[in-house]
Design a protein around this ligand. Structure first.
Ligand SMILES: [Zn+2]
Length: 198
């Protein structure tokens, strides 16, 4: 029988993506054993998460300021906008350092199964960004999943008549491939070989 404190922490950790109750309990034990060495850094990082990190009002990235470092970087190409599902996808693409434009984070993907509708994503904010002008190309960098592709088609339709070139990542992407699991070479290739939608 574990103490109430351990159960509480394990219960909180078990809600993290990719962690079940079993691995959550293992993580708690690991932390108890390393209370001196690993815990202070983790506590500091969690405090930063709560106190310092904010969502960028423009693109939805997570950073210590809004607008974020990417949105306020004047060396980046403001005419190209890459649309991704989640912040993790933005980070994956930016690590590959092949896209030098700006980003837009949708905050998920359309899903009938999970009840995610267009108004649950930042699609309207994307359309206003494009509507303000100054953008030549919108790159749809959705995951190569059914829901990702449905989302890409929906956005492409909504962008029709907006006078921007709409492209999407080449389908060298493995089917079902989630961007943040891909190696940088594959991602770079998909980005280089991007093609017009439709
Ligand atoms: Zn931003």
């Amino acid at each position: 029988m574990a103490s109430q404190e351990i159960e509480a922490l394990a219960g909180a950790l078990a809600r993290l993506p990719g962690l079940g109750p079993r691995s959550a309990r293992r993580a708690v034990l690991w932390l108890i054993k390393r209370r001196e060495s690993a815990l202070p850094a983790l506590l500091e990082a969690l405090a930063d998460l709560q106190d310092r990190l904010v969502e960028c009002d423009i693109c939805g990235n997570v950073d210590t300021a809004s607008p974020c470092a990417i949105c306020s970087d004047t060396r980046r190409d403001a005419r190209a906008l890459c649309v991704v599902e989640d912040v993790a996808d933005l980070w994956a693409l930016d690590r590959a350092r092949l896209f030098t434009g700006h980003y837009h984070v949708l905050g998920g993907r359309l899903s009938a199964l999970d009840g995610v509708r267009p108004e649950d994503l930042s699609i309207d904010r994307l359309l206003s960004r494009v509507g303000r002008g100054g953008i030549d190309e919108v790159v749809l960098a959705m995951n190569a999943t059914l829901e990702g592709q449905t989302t890409a088609h929906y956005i492409a339709e909504r962008l029709e008549g907006s006078h921007v070139r709409v492209t999407q990542l080449a389908h060298g992407l493995p089917v079902g491939g989630e961007l943040d699991y891909l190696d940088e070479g594959t991602l770079a290739q998909a980005l280089r070989a991007r093609r017009p939608v439709g």
